[in-house]
Design a binder for this molecule. Structure first.
Ligand code: NCD
Length: 312
């Protein structure tokens, strides 16, 4: 819990790098309230009734886009969805021109996903609205890490001292960066595991340990967070084949039996038979669908706090 003198003072959520441990704890505390609202027979509140929000998605998304849109609608906002594939981006319009035109229509908040690292920071400089980063290239994906941390706290009652193994395509993952930043700020221990070619140089400077041995990571951890192989971001030759990747780094039913304590998380979308054996994704040790439900509550909390957060 954050103490009573704490004041949340951010206008944007560009990344967890800009947030303190208290900021993160405060969002997780607020999320409890929204999680409770979602369990009501009518899960709606009028908090964002006077707000107009644009969801600006330049990259594909299922969970994150639907989750933001639902969160906004549950809070009474007017919502506009922009997707690059059906817009004037195809006619060559730049991000800056697009957003300045959208801003002229009087909007309050923008949720942006873009393939370029720094896109959300750029928008925060050129327009006046509150900006939320929903994933910028391989840089950050702060609401995903917040929902992951919330899900861990819900399961274990704490983050401090928790042993979290993050397994897979570390090099291309924005989810891993935001999780490392958030988890280490809250005092968790983080071990990264994956092929050497997927391990960024100097990653140990982020206060994490590295292993190339899956069994070692699974024997040690409370949480095994598996990450998707980002096929759309691969350069040539980083790993031999999906089958071989699964052999060495896929979590299998036999692992669940051998190490009975860890839980399985995944941000989705899961490549079944690659990161996780299908049986593992569906087992009661996996909390993947609960992560999705919590994502909605975390996003409501973030929207609430950035919009000035006084009326629920
Ligand atoms: C992640 C993303 O887009 O970064 N997915 C998500 O937001 N749920 C991870 C991924 O695409 O693998």
């Amino acid at each position: 819990m954050t103490d009573s003198s704490y004041i949340f003072s951010h206008r944007h959520l560009l990344g967890l790098a800009d947030y303190t441990a208290d900021d993160i704890r405060h969002i997780l505390d607020q999320t409890d309230m929204f999680r409770e609202i979602l369990d009501r027979p009518v899960p709606k509140i009028p908090t964002l009734r006077d707000k107009t929000i644009v969801n600006l998605f330049y990259e594909n998304s299922t969970r994150t886009r639907i989750s933001f849109e639902l969160a906004q609608k549950r809070m009474g906002a007017d919502v506009v969805n922009f997707s690059a594939s059906s817009s004037s981006t195809k006619k060559g319009e730049s991000l800056k021109d697009t957003i300045q035109n959208i801003e002229s229509m009087k909007i309050d908040m923008v949720v942006v996903r873009h393939e370029s690292p720094g896109a959300a920071h750029f928008l925060a400089r050129v327009i006046d609205a509150n900006i939320i980063n929903a994933g910028d290239g391989a840089h950050e994906h702060p609401t995903q890490a917040l929902l992951d941390m919330y899900s861990m706290r819900q399961k274990f009652g704490r983050i401090k001292g928790l042993k979290v193994a993050i397994i897979g395509d570390i090099l291309h993952s924005r989810v891993v960066r935001s999780n490392i930043i958030g988890l280490t700020k809250l005092g968790a221990e983080v071990v990264l595991c994956g092929p050497k070619t997927f391990m960024p140089v100097f990653i140990e400077d982020m206060n994490v340990r590295v292993t190339y041995n899956l069994e070692e990571a699974l024997a040690w951890c409370d949480v095994a967070m598996s990450l998707r192989i980002q096929l759309e971001r691969q350069e040539q030759g980083l790993f031999p084949s999906l089958r071989e990747y699964h052999e060495r780094f896929g979590i299998k039913r036999t692992h669940l039996e051998k190490y009975p304590d860890f839980i399985v998380m995944h941000p989705g979308p899961v490549n079944r038979g690659v990161e996780l054996e299908s049986d593992v994704a569906d087992s009661d040790r996996a909390i993947i669908l609960n992560q999705v439900t919590n994502g909605l509550a975390v996003r409501m909390a973030v929207l609430y706090l950035l919009s000035g957060g006084s009326r629920v």
